[in-house]
Ligand binder design. Structure first.
Ligand SMILES: *[C@@H]1O[C@H](CO)[C@@H](O)[C@H](O)[C@H]1NC(C)=O
Ligand SMILES: *[C@@H]1O[C@H](CO)[C@@H](O)[C@H](O)[C@H]1NC(C)=O
Length: 455
């Protein structure tokens, strides 16, 4: 079931290159997951309804990262991880500071290894895969291990009893792959569409509905929140009750910095059909909005890209329509942004800068993701910019693959974290749909979860 290590291509990608990997493709072995992980729950009669984790906006690195904290190992220690919505795996640095009496390697040929799909096998007969730092684009190779992970359960209102998963699977990262993560962060929590992502392992361990929700705070001072399983998600009100839904789309071709040829993408794509600014349709090349058979085009959601990145013709059309609708003069832009105004020319309201909404029109004309001023604009003192980045202005981040030899991004629109803040996003893996709602419209925000434990 495992692969000889010679079939595994070691990767060390430069941030801006898409490195095609040529590896023989074998069938996936997606069986046994529930059996493996649920049988490893600590024996207890307590069945959690849902789990909750804090999400901190960390500004200690060159661009914001959204960081959660779990507890892992024996003796148990807190472990900080950067969230990677489209990441397939949980990886943590094992090279530095990993001490645990309960860490176990996954033996080549075991069902645990096959949960990772295609993988390698070391001389010590431990299976492995690439841990990817999607912030920097660096991938290495690492052994797969399992260890105890403990997380707070919740009834949706506050943290409750702590529950543990004894054999939570992860890939061992190293110092070089950790480099570039926020201060004190030693790994990444992948939330993507694999059998071994955080949501999948937790759903299997506790027989949850295969759903999770993220809510990113706009302030480093107040934590946002992440839930596993169904609502209620109480942020001064049950925000699981006010969602709009759109189908999640699978890209048949991986867009990750490191993947095997033939693997589908594990990132979350949605079907943006058109874009409106101030209610008016923006003329776009619609071909760019769908995903072609080579995996190019379409719209994905990312928590590691700080700002939305648009293919250059889409960026130019949206920016032009936006400037016209704002009706104020533009000023010299401030990188990485290309469209800026004088702050004094823009009014402010409870919803942030008073600018026209940018609407992503989804499965039909009635379903739209409306991006309001608080999410569309970034203020840099006396200059305020449209918080979108032109992919054609040069690769600005590692997370967007570029088609070889050009500035044409693989994915036409990558919705970045600034545009996600104070929106509740619920990913339902069983029905493959996304629920979303701007919490500004509900007069609440992502920092309103009560993290004081119930007595
Ligand atoms: C559970 O939540 C409390 C309160 O937020 C926190 O102090 C504690 O560290 C959490 N426990 C785990 C295992 O994460
Ligand atoms: C629209 O985009 C597609 C994909 O990049 C390209 O092949 C096509 O030439 C474009 N059409 C126009 C009219 O620019």
């Amino acid at each position: 079931m495992s692969h000889p290590s010679s079939a595994f291509t070691y990767l060390y990608t430069s941030p801006y290159q898409l490195v095609p990997m040529v590896v023989s493709v074998r069938p996936f072995f997606w069986s046994l997951l529930s059996l493996l992980i649920s049988s490893s729950i600590a024996k207890t009669s307590f069945r959690p309804k849902a789990l909750v984790l804090p999400v901190t906006k960390d500004v200690s690195a060159s661009s914001p990262q959204y960081v959660t904290q779990i507890k892992q190992r024996t003796p148990i220690v807190p472990v900080k991880l950067t969230l990677d919505l489209g990441g397939g795996y949980f990886w943590v640095n094992c090279e530095h500071g990993y001490v645990s009496s309960t860490s176990k390697p996954a033996r080549c040929g075991s069902a645990k290894c096959s949960l990772f799909g295609l993988h390698g096998c070391s001389e010590e007969k431990i299976c492995g895969r690439s841990p990817s730092n999607t912030v920097t684009g660096v991938s290495t190779y690492g052994d797969i291990h399992s260890d105890v992970v403990s997380i707070n359960s919740t009834n949706g209102n506050n943290p409750g009893r702590v529950v543990s998963v004894r054999d939570f699977l992860f890939i061992c990262g190293s110092n070089v792959v950790q480099k570039g993560l926020a201060s004190g962060v030693t790994g990444m929590a992948g939330l993507g569409r694999t059998k071994v992502s955080f949501p999948s392992q937790l759903a299997s361990a506790f027989s949850f509905h295969r759903k999770f929700a993220i809510c990113l705070s706009s302030s480093p001072m107040t934590d946002g929140v992440m839930f596993f399983s169904d609502g209620p998600y109480n942020l001064n009100m049950d925000v699981s009750k006010v969602l709009t839904f759109t189908p999640l789309i699978t890209n048949p071709v991986s867009t990750a910095p490191s993947a095997f040829l033939g693997e589908p993408s594990v990132e979350y794509f949605i079907g943006v059909k058109s874009i409106r600014v101030s209610g008016k349709n923006v003329p776009l090349n619609a071909t760019l909005l769908s995903i072609d058979r080579n995996g190019l085009g379409g719209t994905k959601i990312s928590t590691v890209n700080p700002y939305t990145i648009m293919e250059t013709t889409i960026y130019k059309a949206v920016s032009e329509a936006f400037v016209k609708a704002v009706g104020a003069p533009t000023v010299a832009p401030m990188a990485p942004f290309g469209t800026c105004f004088a702050t004094k020319d823009i009014g402010f309201s409870r919803m942030g800068p008073a600018v026209p909404a940018i609407d992503l029109v989804l499965q039909n004309e009635e379903v739209e993701w409306s991006i309001i001023g608080a999410n569309s604009m970034v203020q840099l003192n006396d200059v305020i910019c449209l918080g979108f980045v032109d992919a054609g202005s040069g690769p600005s981040t590692a997370q967007v693959g570029f088609v070889a030899g050009g500035s044409h991004p693989m994915t036409s629109i990558t919705i970045g974290a600034h545009q996600l803040e104070n929106n509740l996003l619920q990913f339902d893996l069983a029905t493959s749909r996304l629920g979303f709602r701007s919490l500004f419209l509900e007069h609440t925000n992502c920092a309103n979860f009560n993290f004081t434990p119930s007595a």
